[in-house]
Design a protein around this ligand. Sequence first.
Ligand SMILES: [Zn+2]
Length: 345
Amino acid sequence: MILTFKVKHNRDFSLELRKAKQIAEFVLTHKTRSSKDVKQFGLKSAIANQILRKYGNNRTIKNVNRIKLTVPSQSIQSDKERRVIEIPCLNFKVQYCFRNDYEKVNQIELDNEYAYVSVNVKEEPQIVPKVWIGVDRNTTGHVAVVGNPTTGKVWKLGKEALHIHTKYKSIRKDLQKKGKLRLVKRIKNRESRIVRDLNHKIAKEIVEIAKRNEAGIKLEQLEGIRNNRKHTRKFNYSLHSWSFNQLQLFIEYKAKLCGIPLTYVEPKNTSKECSRCGDIGIRDSKKFVCQSCGHVDHADANASFNIALRQPISGLRIGRSNAGQLNTDRDVFKGNTDTPKGATL
Ligand SMILES: [Zn+2]
C-alpha cells in the first residue's frame, strides 16, 4: 500500500519551482516530450523528465497553476537508521519521523514548504475473523464506541474530542470578535493537527482491538452530514464532518495494513433497536431501555452491538470473511445476559 507523508522542510525551492513552471508551460505550448528541448531551463533532468511526462502526455491541462517538483524513486536515497531522506541531485536532506517500516520511497513531491513522501508499506495477509466488532461513531460523548457482542465488552474512545472542540470554538469566536483573522487561521490549523493526531490514535486503537479479538470491523455507512434524523443525532455533538471522514479513512487504511477485514452496514435504527431482541426500545440520552425484553444498556454500547450484528451492505464488503453468519445471530448473547461489562465504564 502506498502511503504519503507530509514532511516540513526549510529549504527554499523558489528557483527550482520557477524553472519547473517554465518547463511545464513550455511543454504545454510546444507539445514536446523531448528532454533535449527543456535542457535550456537548467533544471535537473530527473525532475524535468517528470514534468515532461506529466504535461507532455496530458491534453486536459490548460494552465500550470501550482507546480511541485516530482522526484522519482531512483533519485532518492533513504537512510532508515538516521531517519534521513536525501535527494542528491538537489543537494537536499530531510529528517522524517513517520513510520519506519516502509519498503521503499516511491516518489517525493516538493513545494516550498513540504516534502510529500510516498512510501510503499507491506500489507499483512488478511485474517479470517472469528467475530465482528461494531464501531459507533460520533456518539453522545466519545468519538467512537466499540462493542464486541460476543464478549459484551465495550471500549469508549476519544472522550477528549468534545473538550478540544469546545475549547477551540470559544478561542476562535473570541479572536474573530477582536478581528484577529490571521490568528483565527492559525488556531484552526492547530486544532486540525490535534484532531488529526487524535483520529490517528483512535483508529489505531480500533484496529488493535480488532486484532486482539481476531475480529473484523463493522462501521455504519454514513456519508457526511445529511438532513435526516439519524444524522442530526449523529452530528449534534459534533466533530466537523472532515474529521469524521478523516477518522474513517484512517480506520480503513490501518485495517487494510493489518489485514483486518472491514465492512459497512445500514445505519437505520442502530441507536433505537434493542441489541438483544431487535425490538425498538427507548433511548434516554445515554441510557437505552427495551420494554419488550427488559434489556437495559448504555445507549452507545447498544448501538455498537447492533452495528456489529448487522449484515454488511451487499457489494460493500471490504475483504473476505466467513464469519458474517455467526454474528447476525443474537444467540451470541446467550450466557451473557447481564449488562455488558464495559457498558458502565
Ligand atoms: Zn429487547
